[in-house]
Write a protein that binds this ligand. Structure first.
Ligand code: NA7
Length: 553
């Protein structure tokens, strides 16, 4: 079925204006999480519809089409684990697949499990209001259509509210300018273009590496550098894919044991027990291996202890110095404001070598800040840069941004935006006091944030599905957390940050964003105790009959 046909079929033209279309369950978002949430309910024969604001499914993988976009979870740990048949029929071509392959995979899943018939595209939810009399949610779309449901399940995405920089003159630029999230679906021919990239987070690093040497001039505008490490990507041969297929059980079992949900778990040796020369040899090995091992397979102390972290950081700084020809440029690429791994580590392919091209220029915004964007380029305090394309790789209103875009109205007219003004409060990252039957699949304070996403959301979706089954069995129709349970969980989230150097991060992990009013301070957004512990916690709550949740009617 084509996209257009689906959208047309979704439009309830025969429905009287103003009458909502009712479903027992509404899922918002057709990304990795929403697709699985939908499948789980549809498979159980439940009445469910999925509303998606974009023209097709895929979420992050539908929208992020910039050159170099790929994930840094091992491909074979990123696919869904729920269907053996799916695991056995899908072949990943690379250890870390690029965006088009991941999007194809998600489309394949939707086709295979016949999920499109439940999906409605072009459905931008603007408001969701809880009706206390009926115990249902009333949902309004941007185009005026209405839906209602008993259970509202959100799969809104962690990084789906893009934020451009606060720089004067953005509207004045006469060339093409875009946020990486809005890269066009048709490829851009950039070989003779002067391109600027603003931002050097994971996205900027991927795009810079990919464009270096392939465009006429590439100007990188860097506020603060990040600690990056080699992805060490490679193709997966058919023999290796066969081995992976016969090993899925142990691969997923391994992911389930690690805090990040990846195949990489922390090294259990004590940092102090390993002599410095051995530590360096260990880091050399990790640096040459594929994936997040250098970050998540390291000594635990590198994430918790200042001295261990400083030694590790120096090791990576030396690598940067080795890889960048110009020593002055190398120094600018070495972070001074945080240690290795405190922010999310961008995984790279020839990122540092990009700066060895004559056509790539690093502009240190600490030395020469951007004053404004002009009709023809970017004016810094030092000079003007003439440009054809400006790429904003400036990140997202992470985790809560996609919630803030919808006006959720709970009991007594309270809005979620107001309630979360000082940072999110949740019980288990699943529910919010005062917002009954609103079930977040991978919301703030859950382990989906900042771990191997599919592994974590499968846990969240399965748990939510069990909760709904338990309610059905008991004849309950409304579920909500107690205020006390929410306060305890939110305190627990804050405590978890205090144990790690993460507490010092000025990145999206801590809700920091220089381009959003009020986001210049720490907000506690992620469950920092590890996906494995989070899963155990959820399992205990379910086994104990859901303490902290009140089920009524
Ligand atoms: P990030 O990681 O939030 O990075 C945004 C980058 O943009 C970062 O380098 C910022 O510098 C920079 N930035 C933000 N505002 C400005 C202005 N005004 N001027 C110059 N530079 C600016 O977003 P990404 O999209 O790279 O990655 C998000 C996640 O997506 C990633 O972690 C993966 O999980 C997938 P700063 O650090 O604030 O100095």
């Amino acid at each position: 079925m084509t996209i257009t046909e689906t959208s047309v079929q979704a439009r309830p033209s025969e429905r009287a204006a103003g009458t909502p279309e009712y479903h027992e369950h509404v899922v918002i978002g057709a990304g990795v999480c929403g697709i699985y949430g939908l499948h789980k309910l549809a498979e159980a024969g439940e009445d469910v519809v999925l509303l998606e604001r974009h023209e097709d499914l895929g979420g992050t993988w539908f929208k992020n089409r910039y050159p170099g976009c790929r994930f840094d979870s091992e491909s074979y740990t990123y696919g869904y684990s729920f269907s053996d048949e799916l695991l056995q029929e899908w072949n990943w071509s690379e250890r870390f697949a690029a965006q088009p392959e991941t999007l194809s995979y998600l489309n394949h899943v939707a086709e295979k499990f016949d999920l499109r018939r439940h999906m409605r595209f072009g459905c931008s939810v603007t408001e969701a209001r809880f009706n206390e009399e009926t115990g249902t949610w009333e949902i309004s779309l941007a185009d005026g259509r209405l839906y209602s449901c008993r259970f509202l399940l959100t799969a809104l995405g962690l990084l789906s509210a893009p934020v451009p920089p606060r720089i004067p003159g953005r509207e004045d630029f006469e060339g093409l300018s875009l946020h990486t999230y809005d890269w066009p679906t048709e490829p851009l021919d950039l070989h003779d273009k002067r391109v600027a990239v603003i931002g050097t987070g994971s996205t900027g690093v991927q795009i810079i590496s990919s464009l270096a040497g392939k465009v006429k001039e590439l100007d990188v505008f860097q506020m603060n550098p990040n600690w990056c490490a080699p992805l060490n990507n490679s193709p997966i041969s058919s023999t290796e894919m066969k081995q992976i297929k016969s090993n899925y059980d142990s691969i997923f079992a391994q992911c389930a044991q690690t805090p990040g949900g990846f195949i990489h778990g922390p090294d259990r040796r004590r940092f102090a027990d390993v002599p410095p020369r051995e530590r360096r040899a260990f880091w050399e090995k990790l640096y040459a291996e594929p994936g997040f091992g250098i970050w998540l397979g390291n000594f635990r102390e590198t994430m918790m202890d200042e001295e261990a972290n400083a030694e590790m950081s120096e090791f990576v700084a030396d690598k940067i110095r080795e890889r960048v020809d110009n020593p002055a440029v190398a120094e600018k690429l070495i972070p001074k404001d945080h240690g290795f791994g405190v922010h999310r580590v961008p995984m790279e392919t020839n990122y540092y070598e990009a700066y060895n091209h004559d056509s790539v220029h690093l502009i240190d915004l600490k030395q020469s800040p951007i004053e404004k964007i002009t009709a023809t380029g970017i004016q810094t305090s030092e000079r003007h840069y003439d440009l054809d394309l400006i790429v904003y790789a400036t990140g997202f209103d992470a985790i809560t941004g996609s919630y803030d875009r919808i006006n959720f109205i709970g009991r007594n007219g309270q809005t979620l935006r107001d309630k979360w003004d000082g940072g999110p409060t949740t019980y288990l990252g699943v529910q919010v006091d005062g917002f009954p039957n609103l079930i977040m699949l991978g919301g703030p304070h859950s382990a989906s944030v900042a771990t191997n996403f599919p592994r974590a959301i499968e846990v969240s979706v399965d748990w939510a599905s069990d909760l709904l089954s338990a309610m059905r069995e008991q004849g309950k129709t409304v579920v909500e957390p107690t205020g006390e349970a929410e306060a305890d969980w939110t305190d627990h989230i804050r405590d978890l940050y205090q144990r790690q150097l993460l507490r010092k991060a000025k990145s999206w992990f801590t809700g920091y964003n220089p381009n959003i009013e009020g986001h210049d301070r720490t907000r506690y957004l992620i469950y920092a105790g590890g996906a494995n512990r989070y899963r155990e916690h959820l399992a205990r709550v379910a086994a104990d009959g859901y303490p902290g949740l009140s089920m009524t009617r």
